[in-house]
Design a protein around this ligand. Sequence first.
Ligand code: ADP
Ligand code: ADP
Ligand code: ZN
Length: 214
Amino acid sequence: MKIIMLGAPGAGKGTQAKKIAEQYGIPHISTGDIFRANIKGGTELGMKAKSYMDQGQLVPDDVTIGMLLDRISQEDCKGGYVLDGFPRTIPQAESLTEALNGRGEKMDYAVNVDVPDTAIVERMSGRRACLSCGATYHIRYNAPSKENVCDACGQALVLRDDDKPETVQKRLTVYHDQTQPLIEYYQKAGILVTVDGTKDLHDVFADITAVLGA
Ligand code: ADP
Ligand code: ADP
Ligand code: ZN
């Protein structure tokens, strides 16, 4: 199964993508996680991405598209995958569609996790991220069992620089301008599913699996 997660920054894409990946035994591919791992590792790609990410801007398509198409051509993606944070622009979506068409494949679902802007800032300021394994928590809604320690891998959790309120506002503007048009793109493609992302995260997951099938 091949799935795309759509939604504003902080809507819960990563949280749901991890659960989907576990349930269906497919890799969770987060472009944000790939960029953060490269920043941590001090690679050239990481240095290029960092200046954009810190400002709440998108990393340019010419960097991002090649990186993602490489990733999904790896062996572990043969049985499908869940994309989290890609595509984020119409050119990214078109490149993905073309690449899949070229291999006689297609996306199965684009799951739009719908959360209004008013709820986003609170979610982001309470988000704590593990930069080692990509797990995310929320200080109120999904707290780790030990404060500031990742349940999955034991590393320290951080408040991402780009989750500070000034940058979140910028990211929301970028989302509405550049990413929201993808909802219509995938609706026209006939694979869009929209779920109410304001529900408890377990209920959101139940709504998603009801559509995907268990
Ligand atoms: P969130 O999960 O909060 O939406 P991500 O971890 O997906 O955040 O992304 C963090 C940042 O990484 C984005 O603000 C952007 O700068 C960059 N980024 C991630 N994915 C993409 C993409 N597909 N295209 C361009 N930039 C991206
Ligand atoms: P995205 O990947 O879309 O940026 P995340 O999955 O990282 O979003 O979620 C953003 C924040 O909101 C995290 O702190 C996460 O724990 C929390 N969160 C995710 N889903 C829910 C939910 N249904 N209700 C409340 N908080 C949630
Ligand atoms: Zn971790």
